[in-house]
Design a protein. Structure first.
Lengths: 509, 107
């Protein structure tokens, strides 16, 4: 009689996860732990027990790839259907795509930076749990870049401004804002990166950064971007959890970590908040059909969820809300208007278009922002008169830039929306200018880092950007005359009107 | 507080004056005119006179405002102090240095 061998027992997901992480870890014997993990001590963070890292998701490779493949199938089915049915014609207006141009130029390349740096953490963190979590996030970020590029490539066939986003990300003045933010993070130590990107970007500000784009897509007929957003949403939930776990782990390991982490929270809140200036104007000015105002988004996603939720929990560890958060809260009334006014007058050097808000749009702005009529409507009224007289407000030169956030120095003094905020510091005999107390504070802590800032205006004047004239610089940016400037009368606007006129005449056939 | 790094951390400024081929950057900020979102930035020789500065790059940039008038009078400040320049003064002689911000206020 033969006895059939027992089928091998199938491990539970928890056991498989444990085998994949803890069981693949070992203590080095040929080299010291410091030699094996050389980058986790110089920042001053003390970790006593890496096994205390809690893994909230416990994904395994097979489960991870199965989920992602299912999501990809759904996304690519939508992309095919959208392309085959000329779905781009069902957008609210071609001007909506200015938001998506900003997204692919400014945000998508950050996904790739995140992919690379989480891969670095997946090698260099001492603990197997955070290493595997970083590996999963690294894969997510690469997939996000790919799906974003595939999603938005549909529009590149028909619309301007999408063609050279990677080339432009490294060069163009307004894209140096998100690029320098991420460069700052990846050139920091691994723990600071975890707070900068894992916590501040992916947790504290993530809803302000991503939800407006995806909701904007949903409200403006952009089914592919909305589907991409849903596809990425479950990853983002995991990233948020990783960010929260990272900060709690650091705070629980040693009391001496608390002031270091607090400083990073202060710094990276302000750095990230300044990047959201581009999102603020997008929400209030670039979406033909509005989702919510920037002010509402800030109150919901930051004030209610973060200040009244997260920071109440972090108080247990001795963490306080970020420095200068009161200034950010005050700016919610004026931020989007000041930023769009700036983009409007420099859009002749941009890969998106701008236009004066319509009367209906101005009414919406007035209704949502009590200060709009006093401070900003008069500017648009003056520009309307300027346009009627044959002018168009395009700046005839280049603006002063903030050394830290790299945004033109457009922000105003706290409590005074009429006076531009000017701050300065001296370092080794050189003068540096800043847009705010928040940016000056960041510089003053690490001047050696920010003196290296690649400020687009300064680089143009040093002769490093293709030439001395605007056409020279635009050629170096790989921008065509159709990519930027005024929307009304632009190639996108003309095509849009022509295609819809044609569709009406042919009954949509 | 210095940068925490794995080795010596010392790099030159990417905006230091010597990189501008003999020029320096000067910012001019029209303080009470929100038409211009930010101060303008100009690369200028230190020996440029105030008169050439005002009648050249400053006028070129700011006359884009449809309400611009050549007759408008301005008062000036530099580094928070009043500035009373003569047209023949040089920028350097007035105490304007690399990346200074000069503020002008229209009457």
């Amino acid at each position: 009689m033969t006895i059939a061998p027992k089928a091998p027992r199938k491990l539970s997901m928890k056991d498989r996860y444990s085998a994949l992480t803890r069981d693949l870890d070992w203590d080095p014997t040929y080299v010291t732990a410091e030699e094996m993990y050389p980058f986790t001590s110089f920042e001053g963070i003390k970790i006593h027990d890496w096994s205390k890292w809690e893994d909230p998701f416990r994904l395994t490779v097979d489960a991870y790839t199965k989920y992602q493949a299912e999501k990809d199938k759904r996304l690519y089915a939508v992309l095919d259907g959208f392309a085959q049915s000329q779905g781009h014609l069902s957008l609210t207006d071609a001007s909506y795509l200015n938001a998506m141009k900003l997204f692919i130029q400014g945000v998508s390349p950050l996904e790739y930076q995140a992919h690379r740096h989480f891969a670095y953490l997946a090698r260099h963190l001492n603990g197997p749990g955070p290493r595997f979590a970083s590996l999963c996030q690294s894969l997510d970020e690469l997939r996000h870049l790919q799906t974003e590029v595939h999603t938005l490539s549909n529009y590149n066939k028909y619309y301007t401004g999408f063609h050279s986003y990677l080339h432009q990300h490294d060069r163009v003045w307004y894209l140096s804002v998100p690029k320098s933010f991420f460069d700052d993070a990846v050139s920091a130590g691994p723990f600071e990166f975890l707070i900068a990107i894992g916590f501040s970007f992916e947790y504290l500000l993530t809803n302000l950064l991503f939800v407006p784009f995806m909701s904007g897509a949903s409200f403006n007929g952009d089914l592919p971007t909305m589907t991409f957003g849903f596809s990425a949403q479950s990853d983002e939930s995991r990233h948020m959890t990783l960010g929260l776990e990272a900060i709690k782990f650091l705070l629980e390991q040693d009391e001496a970590n608390v002031p270091i982490v607090q400083h990073w929270i202060d710094k990276w809140f302000w750095r990230g908040y300044r990047v959201t200036a581009l999102i603020a104007q997008m929400l209030d000015y670039m979406l033909p059909r509005k989702v919510m105002s920037w002010k509402e988004a800030f109150e919901l996603y930051f004030e209610q969820q973060m200040l009244n939720g997260l920071f109440q929990d972090l108080a247990f560890y001795g963490i306080t809300p970020p420095k200068f958060v009161e200034q950010a809260m005050e700016e919610k009334e004026i931020l989007s208007h000041q930023v769009y006014w700036t983009l409007y007058q420099f859009s002749h050097a941009a890969s998106f278009t701008t236009s004066v808000p319509t009367d209906e749009h101005m009414e919406w702005l007035s209704a949502n922002y009590p200060k709009f009529d006093e401070y900003f409507k008069p500017l648009w009224d003056k520009e309307k008169r300027n346009l009627a007289a044959g002018g168009r407000h395009f700046a005839r030169g280049l603006p002063e830039l903030c050394t830290v956030c790299q945004i033109p120095m457009l922000f105003t003094e706290p409590g005074d929306p009429t006076t531009i905020c000017q701050r300065a510091s001296e370092f080794e005999g050189e003068h540096f200018n800043f847009c705010s107390d928040g940016c000056k504070n960041i510089f003053d802590h690490e001047p050696e880092k920010y003196v290296q800032a690649w400020l687009p205006v300064h680089q143009i004047f040093q002769g490093n950007c293709g030439g001395a004239t605007i056409p020279d610089v635009l050629a170096w940016y790989k921008m065509t005359p159709d990519d930027g400037g005024e929307y009304l009368g632009s190639l996108d606007n003309k095509n849009w009107l022509e295609w819809h006129d044609m569709a009406e005449k042919t009954g949509g056939n | 507080m210095a940068v925490k790094a794995i080795s010596d951390y010392k790099f030159p400024s990417k905006s230091r004056e010597e990189l501008y081929g003999g020029a320096m950057l000067v910012h001019m900020w029209w303080k009470n005119n929100p038409w211009f979102c930010a101060a303008a930035c100009f690369p200028l020789p230190k020996t440029m006179t105030w008169g050439d500065f005002i009648n050249g790059p400053v006028k070129e940039f700011f006359s884009e405002d449809p309400d611009w008038s050549d007759d408008t009078s301005f008062s000036y400040t530099l580094h928070g102090k009043e500035l009373h320049p003569n047209p023949e003064d040089t920028l350097e002689g007035l105490g304007i240095w690399h990346k200074s911000v000069v503020a002008m206020t229209s009457a």
